[in-house]
Ligand binder design. Structure first.
Ligand SMILES: Cc1cc2nc3c(=O)[nH]c(=O)nc-3n(C[C@H](O)[C@H](O)[C@H](O)COP(=O)(O)OP(=O)(O)OC[C@H]3O[C@@H](n4cnc5c(N)ncnc54)[C@H](O)[C@@H]3O)c2cc1C
Length: 381
């Protein structure tokens, strides 16, 4: 065998999984189709506090790569707003290309081999793993290759069918009013099924729109132009060219079925583990990517059964969030949000959505040191 495990995708899920495997002494190769982990990203890159608190892989994240956001300003369609915060809670807006390169360097320091410009196309099953042709053979295969997973296709696993589409302009060097807040705008015409947003990142202003991919809707590029017109009284970016544009699909239908098969599993967006309500996927990708790495290492080290039989049961179910997604898709109403914005009901609901007072972000994985050799101490869910 050339590798104990081949992980496809050098992003949050794949790098976390590979780091855990390498720390456990496994020979791990990451295949990444891009030339660099930080190029052509498709995310706003906001990391929630819970991820910082719970995941040791983020320990030591350099301060210059992040900017703290301590609350949310939620705008109704008529641009009235409420400010929301929870004591001690924050988000980190990130210089995501640099964070991704930092995560890749950490994985390499742990012993991972990352092969860039390596496009995974197919895998042939062997008695004890998979043969990936030019990329060698492996005892285990992980699909961390995003929402349109080639690994899922190659090994016959499930793929997401419900998506949001997000597009974001970045304006380097632009400051926004109230930069300590994440500005979220509800508007059924511009952002059906989700929100539009403005956030101050470490390198500039990030302005985005995401829409549910179903039914009639305005093309996302037109929606972002109209959004810029709408927010001009707050932040006038009309006529400015963005320094970069990021866009991508966001799975919002929950974890795919099937998510694992003998000696292969999916994690991160490939598995569909994005919150159907907030569309946040970075915390889950890191958390479950890491946990997958440890579970695979235990299996390959002869300590546990194949994780496809037990481990994937720990993946998030999103029961409540899927119901909320269903309701929001069908009953989103601008009049409702205009009328109820300042009510206790809406503030409570928004507090739960943004600050995770309950649900998937509650502490499920005990914080642990990646360097620890005490594998028995681990607890996944
Ligand atoms: C516009 C937008 C904004 C978002 N903002 C946020 C946010 O602020 N906070 C948050 O928590 N979540 C956000 N999300 C969601 C978040 O970005 C994803 O959940 C997260 O990136 C998932 O990480 P991942 O590692 O699973 O997959 P991805 O980040 O999608 O990475 C997949 C990797 O696999 C590689 N790859 C794909 N196919 C192949 C192949 N065949 N061979 C080799 N390599 C391959 C890709 O190049 C990529 O590097 C956003 C999404 C979008 C689209």
């Amino acid at each position: 065998m050339d590798s104990d495990c081949i992980v496809v995708g050098a992003s949050f899920a794949g790098l976390a999984c590979a780091t855990a495997l390498a720390r456990a002494g496994m020979r791990v190769t990451v295949l990444e189709k891009k030339a660099d982990a930080g190029e052509k990203l498709h995310t706003t890159g906001i990391i929630v506090k819970d991820a910082i608190d719970q995941l040791a892989i983020l320990d030591g994240l350099p301060a210059e790569m992040v900017r703290r956001v301590t609350g949310v300003r939620l705008y109704s369609p008529n641009l009235r707003h409420v400010d929301l915060a929870a004591p001690g809670y924050y988000f980190l807006a990130t210089d995501t290309p640099r964070v991704m390169r930092w995560l890749a360097a950490r994985a390499e320091q742990a012993g991972t081999h990352i092969a860039y410009r390596a496009l995974f196309k197919d895998a042939r099953r062997t008695q004890s793993g998979f043969d990936l042709g030019e990329f060698g053979t492996t005892r285990f295969l992980v699909g961390a290759d995003g929402p349109n997973s080639a690994v899922a296709k190659a090994v016959g696993l499930g793929r997401s069918s419900q998506f949001l589409f997000g597009i974001e302009n970045e304006y380097a060097g632009v400051e926004i009013p109230q930069p300590h807040l994440l500005h979220c705008f509800i508007d059924r015409k511009l952002a059906p099924g989700y929100i539009a947003w403005v956030v101050a990142g470490p390198t500039g202003a990030q302005v985005g729109v995401a829409q549910r991919l179903r039914g009639r809707r305005q093309p996302a590029v037109d929606a972002i132009a109209e959004f810029l017109r709408k927010i001009a009284p707050i932040l006038d970016l009309r006529g400015r060219s963005p320094t970069s544009v990021r866009a991508g699909m966001i799975p919002c239908g929950g974890v795919v079925r099937s998510v694992a098969t003998r000696r292969a599993l999916l994690t991160g967006d490939a598995a569909g583990m994005v919150s159907p309500v907030t569309a946040g996927g970075i915390h889950n990708a890191l958390k479950h990517g890491l946990a997958a790495g440890y579970a695979i290492a235990d299996f390959l080290g002869g300590k546990r059964e194949d994780p496809s039989s037990w481990f994937v049961g720990s993946y998030p179910k999103f029961h409540v969030k899927r119901v909320l997604r269903f309701l929001f898709d069908r009953f989103q109403s601008d009049t409702f949000f205009d009328l109820l914005l300042r009510t206790k009901l809406l503030r409570t609901a928004a507090g739960i959505v943004y600050f995770h007072h309950k649900g998937v972000f509650d502490s499920e994985v005990r914080r642990r040191d990646l360097n620890s050799t005490d594998v028995e101490e681990r607890r996944f869910e």
